[in-house]
Design a protein around this ligand. Structure first.
Ligand SMILES: [Zn+2]
Length: 269
């Protein structure tokens, strides 16, 4: 059952309990509170309709509206003043913090989509300014990320896993790039690399460059013709598609040595 059907956040505990009791068993004051609770419920359920009706009434009864505020003006002002100046209980900082938190909780309960709507409205601006901050403050960003990771280890690793499962191609691309960087190998045009790899991965079948076997595009090896360890570049010009057996056999041999071991040489110098 929806929580707004049986209670709303501005109700007291007493009111909530009164709603469950039969009116015959209640005192006059309890009945009044019970009715009041029902009115609150009605208001919460029909908030938008009521607000729209009030707006409509006001826009068509401008004079009446004015008259309402003029009527007993002094009396109303005096009441307002007394209300404002009523003695208040002194709160400790802690109590005040609790009250604020409770009131924020009530607000969130009554406006479940508030944060989301606000975010969507300013999404692009927020993303842009966050990005700007990250570029201008690399050290703080690094620290904040490390802190977030430390405090949300499970969530972070789950998110990472989900992302990697969804973006297998990019994962392979990053692994290759990292490996090249680690070896200090020259790196070619990264955009061209990404495009080439994407085209390979999106094909159902590709042909192994060395043995001409048909293999799956998603799971094939991307082989450096001149191995990174022998000074080859991580670049489209130095890459080919390879099956697992060829990739393992070739390992880090130089192309001229590997060429000789192929039944049909594939490179011509
Ligand atoms: Zn092969």
């Amino acid at each position: 059952m929806d929580s707004t059907e049986t209670r709303c956040s501005s109700m007291s505990v007493l009111q909530i309990s009164l709603l469950a009791r039969k009116p015959q068993t209640l005192t006059k004051e309890e009945k009044r509170l019970r009715t009041n609770a029902y009115m609150k419920l009605f208001y919460v359920k029909n908030r938008e309709t009521i607000k729209a009706r009030v707006r409509l009434y006001r826009s068509t009864h401008l004079e009446a509206d004015k008259e309402y505020y003029q009527r007993d003006k002094d009396k109303k002002n005096a009441q307002r003043k007394t209300r404002r100046n009523r003695p208040r209980e002194k709160l400790t900082d802690e109590q005040r913090a609790i009250r604020i938190k409770e009131s924020e909780g009530r607000f969130r309960e009554n406006h479940p989509d508030y944060g989301r709507i606000k975010y969507l409205k300013h999404r692009n601006a927020a993303l842009a300014s966050a990005k700007k901050y990250r570029t201008e403050h690399p050290e703080q960003t690094k620290r904040a990320r490390a802190k977030y990771y430390k405090n949300n280890r499970d969530k972070s690793s789950q998110n990472g896993k989900a992302w990697r499962a969804k973006n297998t191609i990019r994962v392979l691309y990053h692994i290759a790039k990292r490996r090249a960087l680690k070896r200090g190998a020259p790196i070619g045009d990264l955009e061209a690399l990404a495009a080439w790899e994407h085209s390979v991965r999106s094909k159902k079948y590709v042909i192994c460059y060395w043995c001409m076997t048909r293999i799956s595009g998603v799971s094939c090896n991307l082989d450096h013709i001149v191995p990174l360890s022998k000074g080859g570049a991580h670049a489209v010009e130095n890459l080919c598609v390879s099956c697992q057996p060829c990739n393992s056999r070739k390992y880090n041999s130089l192309p001229q040595d590997w060429n000789k071991r192929l039944p049909q040489p594939r490179l011509f110098f």
